[in-house]
Design a protein around this ligand. Structure first.
Ligand SMILES: Cc1cc2nc3c(=O)[nH]c(=O)nc-3n(C[C@H](O)[C@H](O)[C@H](O)COP(=O)(O)OP(=O)(O)OC[C@H]3O[C@@H](n4cnc5c(N)ncnc54)[C@H](O)[C@@H]3O)c2cc1C
Length: 501
């Protein structure tokens, strides 16, 4: 039954993906037990709970795409979704997190009560919580982007987004259309190609597709890789390998000469792969990116191009005119009959502010973060706190996304910073809340902008989910390598904040 009286917790965590779970574990380790974890889905787990489409797997080695202090015996270099979900459940069980969690709790608004320095958290089902601190870990790639295609509502078959795969629909032996050829499309196509009667990929822009070294581990190796020392060494090696790639994405004065070599090396590799697998010259030319490496997330895969070469797989590059009751009509006039249409069209990150934040945030003086971010710059302090919104902390906030490495590294740093901040406030009874100093926030935003000017994301002319309104400033990705990101957030300083007493 929805309650009218607010239920008080010292801390409310929103979202139960890796960032929400990490925040919970860190709070627990500090001895802070008075928190609740609110999750809108019926199950905990976030990304890897929701994204169960065929072929779903991580594209960063799991030696790095995992929490550094919670090892797991992954079976291969790039773990499939079911293993990442098992890892998520392992974290939940090992730290007894279920007792803090409340599922089917869709947060609709956060409202700050200035007189009492408390946040009011309202949910769709009418629950009302109040708390001192909010940790917003509601995700960035959690809200599916479905393109507006004429006629979609008339389609007689099954139609769904990859992130909400309808497992009640059997696809074996069916005619399937996959719209989108980004990261998820490139995983879905090879996973389904051998099982369907006909697969048509409606390909968008060319992608940077690169081969990867993926292999299965023996049971002994799986065990050895979880041992302290060994796993830390492997993690460090993979961390450095991935972070060095950042030089291809940002111009550094001293080493910028390396970037063209790196880029032409990758261009040659892709060209060779396309020559090997794609016979059709027009398609091959279409698949060679005309934008810089890294402007879109690089797709590491060994199975996508061979799948495109299969006899039952077609690729359309003319574009979609409309969806019809029987399938899809292409711009060059083909009528393609289909039983199932899958949108592999990605997610809203900080591209559309109406959808990127899944609830309204009202701060001091009735300020509204959603409309501020929509109408002006998406500003924050270190991507974690915001002036005007005391004791509100965001994980995976603006400009903290990874374009080249594991997002978990960023989440580890952010959750550590947040728990340091909460500890500092709780340690001094005279402080009721903190908010970043406006001048420091402004300086931080200016610094990020200046750094972003030197990246391929800002310089590149391509439209992308990581830009505000798809084509304006880069709002999702971080202009720093992970090393820089860690160093600038490793230590929380109370002096950076206004203290509300
Ligand atoms: C298909 C896919 C593949 C990916 N692959 C990689 C990869 O290879 N490497 C990499 O580094 N990153 C990858 N990512 C990025 C990935 O999102 C992050 O790595 C990480 O899992 C994000 O964790 P999170 O906890 O911040 O968000 P999420 O896992 O998205 O969790 C957010 C949670 O918040 C909940 N929530 C949202 N709004 C509300 C609300 N209003 N009320 C209550 N609950 C709410 C959601 O239901 C969800 O459970 C991938 C993302 C996707 C979608």
């Amino acid at each position: 039954m929805p309650s009218t009286e607010p239920q008080y917790f010292e801390i409310v965590i929103i979202g139960s993906g890796f960032s929400g779970l990490l925040a919970a574990v860190r709070l627990q380790k500090k001895g802070f037990d008075d928190f609740v974890l609110l999750e809108r889905s019926p199950e905990l787990g976030g990304t890897w709970q929701v994204n169960s489409y065929p072929g779903a797997e991580v594209d960063i080695p799991t030696s790095l795409y995992c929490i550094s202090f919670i090892p797991f015996p992954f079976s291969k270099t790039f773990a499939p979704q079911r293993e990442l979900l098992a890892y998520t459940n392992h974290i939940i069980d090992r730290f007894g997190l279920k007792k803090y969690a409340r599922t089917n709790q869709t947060v609709t608004s956060l409202t700050y009560d200035e007189s009492r320095c408390l946040w009011h958290v309202h949910t769709e089902s009418g629950e009302h919580y109040s708390c001192r601190f909010v940790i917003d870990s509601s995700g960035v790639l959690a809200n599916p982007h479905i393109p507006d295609i004429n006629g979609a509502e008339t389609f007689k078959g099954a139609i769904f987004h990859a992130g909400h795969w309808d497992h009640s629909v059997a696809y074996e032996g069916k005619r399937v259309g996959v719209i989108g050829s980004g990261c998820s499309g490139a995983q879905i196509v090879p996973a389904m190609a051998d099982k369907v009667s006909r697969l048509t990929l409606f390909m968008g822009k060319a992608q940077w597709i690169l081969p990867r070294s993926d292999r299965e581990y023996s049971p002994l190796e799986r065990h050895i890789r979880t041992l302290p020392g060994i796993r830390h060494l492997i993690r460090l090696f993979v961390f450095i390998f991935y972070d060095i790639r950042f030089i291809a994405f940002r111009r550094y004065p001293l080493i910028s000469r390396l970037a063209p070599f790196m880029k032409s090396h990758y261009r040659r590799r892709l060209k060779k792969q396309l020559e090997k697998y794609i016979q059709d010259e027009t398609l091959r030319a279409h698949m060679m990116p005309d934008y810089e490496l890294g402007c879109r997330r690089v797709i590491p895969t060994n199975s996508y191009l061979p799948a495109l070469a299969k006899a039952n797989v077609d690729v359309d590059i003319s574009g979609i005119d409309r969806i019809t009751p029987a399938g899809i009509r292409t711009r060059d006039g083909k009528e393609i009959d289909l039983d199932i249409i899958v949108y592999a069209t990605g997610y809203y990150a900080y591209s559309d502010m109406k959808r990127a934040l899944t609830f309204q945030v009202f701060g001091k003086g009735g300020r509204n973060l959603n409309s501020e971010w929509e109408s002006s710059a998406i500003s924050s302090y270190k991507g974690i706190t915001m002036a005007g919104y005391p004791n509100y902390f965001k994980v995976n906030g603006p400009n903290t996304g990874s374009g080249h490495s594991s997002q978990i590294s960023y989440m580890q740093v952010a959750t550590d910073y947040i728990v340091q901040a909460i500890s500092a406030v709780k340690a001094d009874a005279s402080i009721r809340a903190i908010e970043p100093k406006q001048e420091l926030q402004d300086a931080y935003v200016a610094e990020m902008r200046a750094k972003m000017q030197k990246t391929v994301w800002q310089e590149g002319s391509t439209t992308a989910f990581y830009r505000k309104n798809m084509c304006e400033e880069v709002t999702s990705l971080s202009p720093e390598p992970v090393t820089g990101f860690i160093l600038s957030r490793r230590w929380f300083h109370l002096r950076d904040y206004n203290l509300l007493k």
